[in-house]
Design a binder for this molecule. Structure first.
Ligand SMILES: [Zn+2]
Length: 329
């Protein structure tokens, strides 16, 4: 759980997949535990931003009636792009291809331009894009009457308008006006986005590489260390060169399929939390023996993931290995 205004990790929960019915339920379980941690501490959550997972939406609706629930635009945009790309590959629908990025950008604009988060206004703004792609820029609705752009020039004008009453226009309208979008648009998060969560996840990958299996407590420790490291370095300043010019670098991430992104080069990380931790541990050890301390580690540890698997007798297993060996060679 992260405070998105501050980009600060405020709670970490570890859910092992065999603690819940299926790995599908892990996110919801993590959310339930985090929300309980906050309510036990007397902290009220006024607004929460999550992905649009059906289970999460349902749980928040039923269990957090006083909390405003928003969905992260990135997740909505991802689903939207996938649908539009699929349509653009159908017969007679390639006219949609040059519009996909603009329509996705429009989604971000809908949220960014509506700080009041007025659901009706966001909906009218969103649906206006169905007109815009057909070169209609006025008469959208009562709250959002006309497009905000001025005269279109350059690239926008070179893009071919989509002809009304064609297969592609009808299929595009089906997506823009779909029930799914009618649910998602009013819930779009207008202020905070969850991109810093992704940044925390990459710090976790550093502290707890996926290729190594850790014990339950080992994993908790690593997640918490990752959180300390992230919080200390979350607002790292951008590095400058010897002339004082801000430094950037180009990256070509796989998901961009050959397109580049520009990243700010940050100053080196600091590790003050290591010293702070050491001091806390030393003072705890000085006060009394560890046995007398109430260490806040989870008392019940779920069994390891391989616990429920069939464990054969060792000599049978070795015999099996040898018989396979002789068959192969
Ligand atoms: Zn327009």
């Amino acid at each position: 759980m992260m405070d998105l205004d501050e980009s600060r990790v405020v709670d970490v929960q570890l859910v092992q997949s065999n603690e819940v019915k299926s790995s599908y339920h892990m996110e919801k379980e993590g959310l339930i535990r985090s929300v309980k941690t906050f309510s036990d501490a007397g902290i009220t959550i006024q607004k929460i931003v999550t992905d649009r997972h059906v289970q999460i939406l349902k749980w928040v609706r039923e269990n957090m009636p006083k909390t405003k629930h928003c969905v992260d635009i990135w997740h909505v945009a991802k689903g939207l792009k996938k649908k539009l790309t699929a349509i653009s590959k159908d017969k007679d629908c390639d006219a949609l291809t040059p519009w996909i990025k603009s329509i996705s950008n429009h989604l971000y604009w809908v949220a960014a331009s509506t700080p009041s988060a007025d659901p009706s206004l966001m909906m009218e703004k969103w649906q206006s894009v169905a007109n815009h792609v057909q070169n209609i820029h006025e008469g959208h609705g009562s709250l959002f009457e006309k497009c905000c752009h001025g005269d279109l020039s350059g690239r926008e004008r070179q893009k071919k308008w989509i002809k009304p009453a064609t297969k592609v226009s009808e299929r595009l309208d089906d997506v823009i006006l779909s029930n799914q979008m009618k649910k998602d648009i009013p819930m779009l998060s207008t202020g905070q986005q969850t991109s810093s969560i992704e940044a925390y996840h990459s710090v976790i990958n550093h502290f707890a590489p996926k290729m190594i299996g850790f014990s339950y407590h080992g994993m908790i420790c690593r997640l918490q260390l990752a959180a300390l490291h992230f919080n200390e370095n979350r607002s790292k300043l951008q590095a400058v060169d010897k002339d004082g010019v801000l430094r950037y670098r180009l990256e070509f991430p796989k998901y961009k399929k050959g397109e580049h992104i520009v990243r700010k080069v940050k100053v080196h990380s600091t590790f003050d939390y290591v010293e702070n931790l050491t001091e806390v541990v030393m003072s705890m050890a000085e006060r009394s023996s560890l046995a007398k301390q109430r260490i806040p580690i989870p008392p019940t540890v779920p069994p390891p993931l391989c616990h429920d698997f069939l464990h054969p007798d060792m000599s049978d297993a070795i015999a099996g290995m040898h018989s396979r060996f002789s068959m192969n060679f």
